[in-house]
Design a protein around this ligand. Structure first.
Ligand SMILES: [Zn+2]
Ligand SMILES: [Zn+2]
Length: 212
């Protein structure tokens, strides 16, 4: 794996590379793009790849910090799908074994393809969406992971739905449904009663200046 990664590293020196030069070029030298070559502390738990196979990565963490469905219209448009499934990881949890310099960026606020956080990251060749890179975390798309068992897939079970009012279809799975970002909006529709009650109690405890 280590050798594959180093032979692939030259691939970034073409194509869109001009967009990531200068002050935007520092991404190559830090997580999540830094390659964990010969790192005894990095144990690959999952393997993942884009559709064409140019971009491959490993994950060291057993379970994501959280996993969610997002029904916002930006996700619908950028994914060409009714909703998005994303799992949150630390930037140090991922190790690109191939193609980590063969990525495309898109920052939706400025509509720019330079590497500006938070941004969407995709394979520059087949355009498979790989992850959303935030300032501190990554939200990767688990559909790229080659799960070896139903139990492994269960580790990525989403905890809730976000931006549910924008949905294309109803999903009556009994999971909490947030009107916007989870924990920072209203619980609606088919949300479990105990979650609604917990949210009301948490809101009541918040100092008034933190309320909307
Ligand atoms: Zn690809
Ligand atoms: Zn979204």
């Amino acid at each position: 794996m280590a050798e594959q990664a180093s032979t692939y590293r030259t691939n970034g020196d073409n194509g869109d590379e001009g967009n990531t030069d200068g002050e935007h070029n520092e991404w190559k030298h830090r997580a999540p793009y830094k390659v964990h070559d010969n790192d005894p502390d990095f144990h690959a738990r999952y393997e993942a790849s884009c559709h064409c196979g140019k971009v491959c990565y490993q994950l060291s963490r057993e379970k994501p910090l959280d996993s969610k469905y997002c029904h916002c219209t930006t996700c619908q448009k950028l994914h060409g799908a009714p909703f998005q499934w994303a799992a949150i990881f630390h930037k140090e949890d991922i190790n690109f074994t191939q193609g980590h310099h063969d990525l495309g960026w898109y920052e939706s606020a400025d509509k720019t393809t330079v590497h500006k956080l938070p941004c969407k990251v995709s394979c520059a060749y087949c355009r498979t969406p790989i992850m959303d890179e935030g300032r501190n975390m990554i939200l990767l798309f688990p559909t790229l992971i080659n799960f070896k068992s139903p139990e492994d897939r269960k580790n990525f079970e989403p905890s809730c739905h976000m931006f549910y009012p924008r949905r294309i279809l109803d999903i009556n799975d009994g999971k909490p449904k947030w009107s916007g970002i989870n924990n920072d909006s209203e619980l609606i529709e088919d949300s479990p009663e105990q979650d609604k009650k917990r949210k009301r109690e948490e809101d009541a405890k918040k100092p008034t200046d933190e309320k909307e």
